[in-house]
Design a protein around this ligand. Structure first.
Ligand code: PXG
Length: 288
């Protein structure tokens, strides 16, 4: 495997970063996770845009133009001969002194890994995920904006630990006010009386690329979509529920906090979303 590391392609054994990189010392940096389907990169432009927005928000100047970064991603995929897989793009603050000051880190690190991806097992797409509401809340915009896809995922990791310890597949995260934000690495949608509902990003969600695709599928299916503040009650009483994310794609959720959602089985409308998504990825995306 060849890793893109600061402008060079190096074997994975040699792809190492310094112990003085602030990405390691402080989680100071940003990342993206991107999918390759059938020799095409899904929504590459959207992922690159979000990466640069995340970086701007934390005053991190990526040492490549968007066009240069796009080409670097495509070249990494080519060198690894992947027709289907996953790209992890990581920008670190770079090597600096011990101390928070990012202005002592002159050169950001750029890492691109292209690899196979381990999915949820196929049965989860048929049987659905079990969710548990986490005590760990999403940070408010007054601390760190949830829009920044930063290298500091401890908040989500704490929530994931809670979910696993509760015997669930995924954790539902609320914001400080108690409204539903998202899951630990996926956005959430529900269906109720023929309408599709999802929390606005202002509720503390990441503006997911797969979330945007699900919204487009609503239009294709001529289903009314509302971005609305949701509570656990809305999910307990929904007809159907599904999650969206680059890794998970579109996946049904069938229980929350021990309560079956709908009849506790993946719903027919969710199945249609999955069908549309799988059809779309056969043709869409930037050719490698
Ligand atoms: N919410 C959060 C907090 C995320 O990190 C999503 C939603 C879904 O967004 P996209 O754009 O992927 O539809 C994410 C992103 C991984 C991994 O290893 C993926 C994410 C987060 C952390 C790890 O694949 N997903």
């Amino acid at each position: 495997m060849k890793i893109y590391l600061d402008g060079e392609f190096v074997p994975s054994e040699d792809a190492k970063v310094s112990v003085f990189d602030h990405g390691l010392l402080y989680g100071d940096g940003v990342f993206e996770g991107i999918r390759i389907y059938h020799n095409r990169v899904l929504r590459l432009g959207d992922h690159i845009d979000r990466l640069y927005d995340s970086a701007r928000a934390i005053c991190l100047a990526i040492p490549l133009s968007k066009a240069g970064m796009t080409e670097a991603v495509l070249e990494t995929i080519r060198r690894n001969g992947l027709s289907d897989g996953y790209v992890r793009l990581v920008i670190t603050r770079g090597v600096g002194t011990l101390g928070l000051n990012p202005y002592h880190c002159p050169k950001p690190g750029v890492i691109i890994i292209a690899d196979k991806i381990a999915l949820y097992p196929e049965e989860k797409y048929h049987d659905g995920l079990v969710l548990n509401t986490c005590a760990t809340r999403r940070p408010t915009v007054a601390s760190l904006s949830p829009m920044v896809k930063s290298l500091n995922y401890l908040n989500n990791i704490m929530a994931k630990i809670e979910a696993i310890q509760a015997g669930a597949d995924e954790g539902l995260m609320l914001n400080e006010q108690g409204y539903v934000a998202e899951c630990t690495g996926d956005n959430i949608f529900i269906l109720k009386n023929g309408e599709v509902l999802t929390p606005p990003v202002a509720s503390g969600a990441l503006r997911g690329v797969t979330r945007s695709i699900a919204i487009e599928i609503c239009m294709t299916m001529q289903l009314p979509l509302k971005e609305a503040q949701l509570t656990c009650y809305d999910i307990y009483t929904a007809d159907e529920c599904f999650l969206t994310g680059t890794a998970a794609e579109i996946i049904p959720a069938v229980r929350l906090d021990g309560r079956p959602i709908g009849d506790g089985r993946p719903g027919p409308v969710t199945a249609e979303f999955i069908r549309h998504f799988r059809e779309m990825v056969k043709h869409a995306g930037t050719p490698v």
